[in-house]
Ligand binder design. Structure first.
Ligand code: ZN
Ligand code: ZN
Length: 205
């Protein structure tokens, strides 16, 4: 199984240091080979623009990923590696009401994709928290059948001050991200750490 994670930071807003900080605790749990793709804006932007809906002023997240995944590079060459893609365009989906941050998109026998938009992220602490939360999903936290989980917009952790808790609004997420940071603790609970340590991407046919 791949332990490689490719970073495509096509955002002008989110500094690479914020992404590195988001990754730090996960790299303490898992041995990861993180590779940043420099100057990736020219690679990613055409896919975002092709999925852009001018009437909404937003790009359709799943369309961005589907078209990236249909290319030889993303679909085959980087097939089982994790891909973290960060863009500035606001995103929408068929499921969310008005907009979404994006999120983790699983792919069989692969670490899958994370597509995130910085458009609604006003604060670096929140940016770091959201990137880390989606990486937690990429590495299997929380796992199904475990205790201390809730099904709110997908499976989430209910342990206090764990990054894998789900907040339901941006102000709540902002407050929660700052609470975790000022607590000065490891940002994942022990159960989520164990989930990530043991994780293998599911095989599906
Ligand atoms: Zn989540
Ligand atoms: Zn947890």
């Amino acid at each position: 199984m791949s332990n490689r994670l490719y970073l495509f930071n096509a955002s002008r807003k989110l500094r690479r240091e914020v992404i590195s900080k988001a990754l730090e605790p996960i790299c303490q749990v898992k041995e990861l080979d993180v590779r940043e793709v420099e100057d990736c804006r020219d690679i990613i932007e055409p896919f975002v623009e092709a999925a852009f809906n001018p009437a909404r002023g937003q790009a359709h997240g799943q369309k961005v990923l589907d078209s990236l995944h249909s290319t030889r590079v993303f679909g085959q060459e980087l097939g089982d590696d994790g891909k973290l893609i960060i863009i500035d365009r606001d995103l929408y989906s068929d499921y969310a009401t008005n907009w979404c941050f994006g999120g983790f998109c699983p792919v069989s026998n692969s670490l899958g994709y994370i597509l995130l938009s910085t458009a609604r992220i006003s604060d670096e602490t929140l940016g770091e928290h959201i990137v880390r939360h989606e990486l937690g999903h990429m590495f299997g936290a929380p796992s199904e059948g475990r205790t201390n989980t809730v099904d709110i917009l997908g499976l989430h952790c209910s342990n206090n001050l764990c990054t894998m808790q789900q907040q339901l609004s941006v102000p709540e997420a902002l407050r929660y991200a700052h609470r975790i940071k000022s607590a000065g603790i490891f940002p994942f609970c022990e159960q989520c750490v164990e989930d990530m340590r043991r994780y293998r991407p599911p095989e599906r046919v």
